[in-house]
Design a protein around this ligand. Structure first.
Ligand code: SAM
Length: 282
């Protein structure tokens, strides 16, 4: 396991439901539902688009970096027969096992670089806000191509950056993250190619995937200034590296920098972009 993977495992073990609770605070702009519901719809529709039977649904889905199973639960409620998930964090997998929808799910602890699943076992592989954190991503893609049956769907969700107060937060936080002593810093995780359409095509097409379809989903995280601060705070792994003095300083800087964005009703605008890439294995 890499040092970044060790960090991710202990971070998520200490906060098993944090990733899904954070995502579920947001509402997809123009839709009003959670990002898991919208992403799950895209996954089901992608199968219909690539099958001669347009009503076709995924039958066997693997979620790489499944966390506490929020996306798998949304897929199960859409009638997917077999759902499986893999994650580094046993704490999150334990939380996933408590979900009533996932009673029969095949949930395994492990690394996406070495999948404990058989060749051609799935017709769909998904990874939401997780592929972008993975080391040796060529190896992950090779493993996805191995477990995915020919003609199968791969759907990926990656972070596309914050807007409004979330963009301001990163501007004021970055200089503080940069002065954290080396030994306390969060190890760098992931490959930047996973965050762009061109980068994903570079990684995926040599392994037999078609060029990705690309859609940007915007998620509204607006609320009171306190709520938005908490959402920004919970969105960055690096926050655990700041001491209390730096955290207080960041909060003050954030409050000052966003003051002009607060509406007369006391609401602070904030949103985050999720880029959704969907492709098919030839
Ligand atoms: C930001 S969380 C997202 C979790 C979940 N997909 C969700 O949206 O609720 C990223 C997840 O990816 C997992 N992860 C990161 N690298 C991984 C790897 N190499 N193999 C398996 N899981 C990994 C982490 O343990 C973590 O649960």
């Amino acid at each position: 396991m890499t040092s970044a993977e060790e960090f991710l495992r202990s971070y998520h073990d200490a906060r098993p439901e944090a990733a899904s609770e954070l995502a579920e605070r947001g509402r997809v702009v123009g839709d009003g539902r959670s990002v898991y519901e919208v992403f799950a719809d895209r996954v089901v529709a992608a199968k219909g688009n690539t099958d001669t039977n347009t009503e076709a649904k995924p039958q066997a889905v693997l979620d790489l970096g499944c966390g506490d199973g929020a996306l798998l639960a949304a897929l199960k409620t859409r009638g997917v027969a077999k759902v499986a998930g893999l994650d580094l964090s046993p704490g999150q997998l334990a939380a996933a096992r408590k979900r009533p929808e996932l009673g029969e799910a095949d949930l395994k602890e492990g690394r996406a670089q070495k999948l404990p699943f058989a060749d051609n076992e799935f017709d769909t592989v998904v990874s939401f806000m997780a592929l972008m954190l993975m080391a040796d991503v060529e190896q992950v893609v090779a493993e996805v191509a191995r477990v995915l049956a020919p003609g199968g769907t791969l759907a990926i969700g990656v972070g596309g950056g914050g807007r409004e107060a979330m963009e301001v937060f990163l501007k004021v936080a970055r200089p503080l993250f940069a002065v954290v002593p080396q030994e306390r810093r969060v190890p760098v995780a992931g490959d930047p190619r996973t965050r762009t359409r061109e980068g994903l095509d570079q990684l995926l097409t040599p392994k037999g995937f078609e060029p990705v379809g690309w859609e940007r989903i915007v998620v509204d995280f607006g609320g009171t200034p306190d709520e938005v601060w908490q959402t920004c705070h919970d969105s960055y792994y690096q926050m655990v590296t700041l001491d209390e003095t730096h955290k207080k300083g960041l909060r003050t800087a954030f409050t000052v920098a966003t003051r002009n964005l607060v509406t007369a009703e006391g609401r602070l605008a904030a949103s985050a972009c999720i880029d959704v890439a969907v492709t098919r294995l030839r």
